[in-house]
Design a protein around this ligand. Structure first.
Ligand code: C5P
Length: 313
């Protein structure tokens, strides 16, 4: 039993459409999800005890059962009692590099990494689809984070159809360090404001869901038409988050004016990104935005689209 070090990449949404309500209280979604190479690093080491111990480099990240990495370990213990009895607990040392409450699935990807890591340490031999089914119980984005790449995500976000990878593009990400958006708040507010437009009929939900496959953005991705991809980025949650957080709306405008293929908020925000053709273009845009917004609270990153999920290093 040796320790494993895993890289857990963040994701962005290239597309997020809210279709309607689900009986389980969640929303029916149609999304296109994309991994990026901004990643957390987790070391998972057997500790010879009957406990899971989580430590994190980021002081604001909880290390108790509210953390998805911890919950993933508990879920594995509950599902594989014999393996837990044989191999015992682990220390999880989380080096947090993805901003928190940012719309980048930072918590979900850590949970995904713990599922992958314990599968190895406890020698369970679970396949990726089996791990993804376990991941569904932790959060809607966890199954995607396990496999990564570029994928259409429907239902709650857990049903995945991988599509043509888009790994040759760069991006600039911007987020105000002290700003966090609650995902439940964003969806609840969307329901309050746009619930009257929700589709309730099952067959209409099915047809909206299947339309994405032949829709213009998936076609543009298939054809690697980068200009079109940039123009077709779309996120329904911008309609509630941008009016509530004018600072984010302003950051989005400034990023957009600085150039690139297209600009959008990721997930429930408040991270905003611009897709770029090259690293040089991304770096130029980052420098321009830094000069326009002279606020030390604004964090900017240059990153690359990635075609992988959880990686063992
Ligand atoms: O699944 P996850 O825990 O990541 O979702 C966080 C929150 O986002 C949920 O509690 C819910 O408020 C909202 N959500 C939703 N519909 C989805 C996914 C998430 O309403 N399909």
């Amino acid at each position: 039993m040796h320790p494993y070090t895993l890289l857990a990449p963040a994701k962005i949404n290239l597309y997020l459409e809210i279709i309607g309500d689900r009986p389980d209280g969640y929303h029916e979604l149609v999304m296109i999800l994309q991994s990026i190479d901004l990643a957390d690093r987790l070391e998972i080491r057997p500790n010879g005890t009957q406990a899971f111990r989580l430590t994190c480099s980021h002081p604001q990240v909880p290390t108790d059962e509210t953390n998805l990495a911890y919950r993933a370990a508990q879920l594995m213990k509950q599902e594989f009692r014999e393996a837990f009895a044989n191999y015992g607990g682990v220390d999880i040392i989380l080096d947090k590099r993805i901003p928190i409450a940012a719309g980048l699935a930072g918590g979900s990807t850590d949970g995904a990494a713990v599922l992958v890591g314990l599968n190895l340490i406890w020698q369970l031999g679970l396949t990726i689809p089996e791990l993804q089914r376990l991941g569904e119980q932790l959060g809607s984005d966890v199954p995607f984070c396990i496999a990564g790449g570029t994928a259409i995500a429907t239902r709650r976000g857990e049903k995945l159809d991988p599509i043509q990878d888009l790994d040759n593009l760069w991006l600039v990400l911007g987020k105000y360090h002290s700003l966090a958006v609650s995902t439940p708040w964003a969806y609840k507010t969307y329901r309050q404001q746009f619930g009257h437009e929700y589709v309730n009929d099952h067959s209409e939900i099915e047809s909206k869901t299947s339309n994405i496959n032949s829709g213009p953005l998936v076609q543009a991705i298939g054809q690697k038409d980068n200009q079109k991809i940039g123009q077709l980025l779309s996120n329904d949650l911008e309609k509630v988050v941008l009016p509530e957080y004018p600072q984010v709306a302003q950051l989005r405008d400034i990023l957009q004016q600085a150039g690139g293929l297209g600009t959008m908020m990721s997930g429930s925000g408040p991270t905003v990104f611009t897709l770029c053709q090259s690293q040089e273009e991304a770096q130029n845009i980052k420098n321009q935005v830094r000069q326009t917004i002279v606020d030390p609270d604004l964090e900017l990153w240059v990153s690359k689209l990635s075609n992988t999920g959880i990686q063992i290093i």
